[in-house]
Design a protein around this ligand. Structure first.
Ligand code: SF4
Length: 439
């Protein structure tokens, strides 16, 4: 019986890349690969890349350069690049970095077994197609391992919004929604393997409209179907666009018990001028009205957002409008970044904001966000929440999990197993987590 081959996957970027890396490991599992945590004893190294940040491709090339020595020691070592930089750069990666054997885009990684076999004959393998066939169907019969209590599940890919700063429509393609029955089957399989909470993923997940038994199904329709899956306790979804928050989805937040009271709803800026220049097709006012409707449906919902400061042409007044919006919404979480140019996007050609000004704005915004995040966390003290325990904590006997509001909660001396869903009384609030005791 030959030794299993070792696969080292390094994942960059978003939750969808995390999901894709799991699928790629399963795909290569059929070729006799088992995962290893170190590139030093790998027979294959796969970088699953992200194209979101400036100079993303350059970072991949420098990372690849670090494997030169390993490849010299192990000539049979195969090196592959996957993900959005693979999609954007394609053949160019092999031209600039000859030690790369395989380049595969996010839409064709179900062909990895054939591509890997091709590299074993000494040939290079390149595939950045947008194939018709459903990659998930091709992967469904791959051997699958036991899982922890939480999992991601891709339901929609690609995006048709073309925000002026974003590469996703170019690297992930047009919006495609998976058929509902295949998603439900995958969710049942995840529950059988130990999962109790599923986060539905999509670059524009609330635009989901997959084939269902009675025609197209919305995301809310899909959530109500998943609500029937025995053993599945909690449902989340990310990432949403304000323009696709449908009435039935807002209503589901108010009435579907398994749908968690946490919503990530990026807005990027509070200035209508900048929102227009970003091609976000909504205003700050319509976004605030939407938040009001969502909070009317689910008053305790925790809102999360995304912000870009220093977008081309952003004035002091535009930035102040962003601060005002953040102040009005009071986010439980918000991710904020300085604008960075992405090659091939419309905004990349525009005059840039002074980097020092952008730095200063980012600090002011993050100070405001941290103030609100802390205030909301502190308001949890004395309340009972429901925690899905995910792993042991750093201290002896400590267990850690997430509340329904996605707050990290640790409990000392917790006689609970991984996967247990228990009521916890919050006793204190720290910088990024809460402490509590079992009820
Ligand atoms: S909606 Fe999101 S994924 Fe789509 S183009 Fe805009 S930022 Fe990118």
């Amino acid at each position: 019986m030959s030794e299993p081959k070792k696969l080292f996957i390094k994942t960059y970027g978003c939750q969808m890349n995390v999901y894709d890396s799991e699928r790629m490991a399963e795909a290569l599992g059929g070729q006799g690969y088992v995962e290893t945590k170190s590139p030093d004893d790998a027979d294959m190294i796969l970088l699953n890349t992200c194209h979101i940040r400036e100079k993303a491709a350059e970072k991949v090339y420098s990372e690849l350069g670090r494997f030169k020595g390993l490849k010299a020691e192990k000539p049979d070592l195969k090196i592959g690049v996957a993900g959005c930089v693979a999609q954007a750069e394609g053949q160019e990666i092999m031209r600039r970095q000859p030690l790369v054997d395989l380049v595969v885009g996010p839409q064709s990684y179900h062909r990895l077994p054939e591509m890997e076999a091709k590299t074993r004959t000494g040939e290079k393998a390149l595939d950045t197609d947008f194939p018709e066939e459903d990659k998930f169907e091709k992967l469904k019969n791959r051997p699958k391992a036991k899982r922890g209590p939480t999992a991601f599940l891709t339901v929609q890919e690609g995006c048709d919004k073309f925000c002026a700063f974003c590469v996703v429509p170019y690297t992930r393609g047009a919006e495609v929604s998976r058929p509902a029955d295949r998603i439900i089957r995958e969710a049942q399989d995840l529950v059988e393997r130990g999962v109790r909470e599923i986060t539905l993923l999509g670059q524009n997940v609330n635009a989901y409209h997959g084939a269902g038994p009675n025609g197209d199904m919305t995301l809310a329709g899909l959530i109500w179907e998943l609500n029937k899956v025995d053993g599945l306790e909690r449902i989340r979804f990310t990432t949403s666009h304000p323009n696709d928050m449908t009435d039935d989805l807002i209503e589901a937040h108010g009435t579907c018990d398994k749908l968690m009271p946490y919503l990530h709803l990026p807005v990027q800026s509070g200035s209508d001028h900048i929102l227009k220049r970003m091609n976000r097709s909504h205003t700050a006012e319509s976004y605030l009205r939407l938040i009001e409707r969502i909070r009317a449906a689910r008053p305790d919902i925790l809102m999360s957002g995304d912000f870009i400061v220093g977008f081309p042409e952003e004035s002091d007044a535009d930035f102040q409008a962003t601060l005002d919006l953040v102040d009005e919404v009071q986010y439980g979480y918000a991710y904020s970044f300085k604008y960075s140019t992405r090659p091939g996007t419309p905004a990349a050609e525009r005059p840039q904001v002074d980097p020092q000004v952008a730095d200063e704005r980012l600090q002011r915004l993050q100070a405001l966000i941290t103030r609100d995040q802390r205030k909301i966390q502190d308001s949890m003290v004395g309340r009972n929440v429901h925690v899905l325990f995910e792993k042991p904590g750093r201290q002896q006997g400590q267990m850690v999990g997430k509340s329904e509001y996605l707050h990290a909660v640790h409990v000392a001396d917790a006689d609970v197993a991984v996967g247990a869903l228990r009521e916890v009384r919050i006793t204190s609030s720290g910088a990024n987590s809460l402490a509590g005791e079992l009820v």
